[in-house]
Design a protein around this ligand. Sequence first.
Ligand SMILES: [Mg+2]
Ligand SMILES: [Zn+2]
Length: 212
Amino acid sequence: MNLSHGSRRGVFLDRDGTVIAEKHYLGDPAGVSILPGATAGLRRLRDLGYRLVILTNQSGVGRGYFRQEDVDAVHARLGALLADEGVRLDGIYFCPHRPEDHCACRKPNPGLVHSACRDLDLDCNSSIMIGDKASDIELGRRCGMRTVLVATGHEATETCRADVVVGNLEEAAAWIAGEAAGVLTTHDHPASQAAPAEAPALAPAASRSRLP
Ligand SMILES: [Mg+2]
Ligand SMILES: [Zn+2]
């Protein structure tokens, strides 16, 4: 599915287990902890000319564990921590729904990608998806992107068909820069997950957090 043909390249990043440490339903900004290699990797990707966009499923909102405002506060904290290191994100988009809501934006459905491509003039075919779960990789594949699985999440053994598997975001940036050719292992596991059926169109729109 290649519906998005903007003029810029983007790197789409999962949040939990990819940029910040995986916490169970994070609704508290104090719990934001940037993973090793993430700041350096993001800076390098930006230097390479990529827009940086975080896409995250936050079903804790739909489940009533925390509010949308709490997600925004977490993202403001994340943006501020990265800004302190000279890294600016172009957008953070999140799905607030539960799986049983069958929305169009919960990864691996492409709603968040389409919103970001529209807002930021991004082209899927020259973009890259980085995440720690099969659902992230599935999303990238559906949208025609190259895909990178990082091992910083708690599902480091995730079986999926990523173009490459790396240790963290810094290594991901190195692979994207083309400097790690021949060093990193390419995986193409046969036991990929089956593609879920297309979600019916329902659901309130995906949400974009305002950044500082
Ligand atoms: Mg994750
Ligand atoms: Zn959703």
